[in-house]
Design a protein around this ligand. Structure first.
Ligand SMILES: [Cu+2]
Length: 165
């Protein structure tokens, strides 16, 4: 039998408890709370973006209360479609309270970010990659979309908003 010092044994037990706790939290987040990491759902040629579903970005109602919002990021703005309202230079998309929106996002040029205020949305927008995330808008309010990947001199002005009412 190997001799393990008393203090060493305590540390081994402590490490076991911490490791077990982390493993339990990880498994619970996946199987109990259904948390999934945002993953790319497709690839496109960023040079031929006009021949893809992103040729006409913006909000489309798929069926009752279910929408798809296609967003194209470029230096240094978010393209939310032609008919979008603007507040100054900030495009604002309006959705009814309670709607479920599938956001599909990509970039035309370089890496941008997509962070949605007060919602569990934080994805990267990469040229050639389609990022997808589903959001349920239960609370009325105005939520800003902010670029969180430094993308050049106009980065701080890369803002859009979703108005839920
Ligand atoms: Cu940026």
């Amino acid at each position: 039998m190997i001799h393990i010092d008393r203090l060493e044994r305590y540390w081994l037990i402590a490490v076991g408890i911490v490791f077990g706790g982390f493993t339990a939290a990880l498994l619970a987040s996946v199987f109990v709370f259904g948390i999934r990491l945002p993953s790319p759902v497709g690839r496109i040629d960023p040079a031929k973006i006009d021949q893809t579903e992103f040729a006409t970005p913006g909000l489309t109602e798929e069926f009752d209360g279910n929408y798809t919002l296609r967003i194209v990021a470029k230096m240094w703005s978010y393209d939310l479609g032609k008919n979008v309202e603007k507040e100054g230079s900030i495009p604002v998309i309006t959705v009814p309270t309670g709607s479920k929106v599938t956001i599909k996002a990509t970039s035309k040029d370089i890496t941008h970010g997509f962070y949605l205020e007060q919602h569990d949305v934080n994805v990267m927008m990469l040229p050639g990659q389609i990022s997808q995330v589903e959001v349920k808008f239960d609370r009325p309010g105005k939520y800003h979309i902010i670029c969180h990947e430094y993308c050049g001199p106009g980065h701080q002005g890369m803002i859009a908003a979703i108005l839920v009412q």
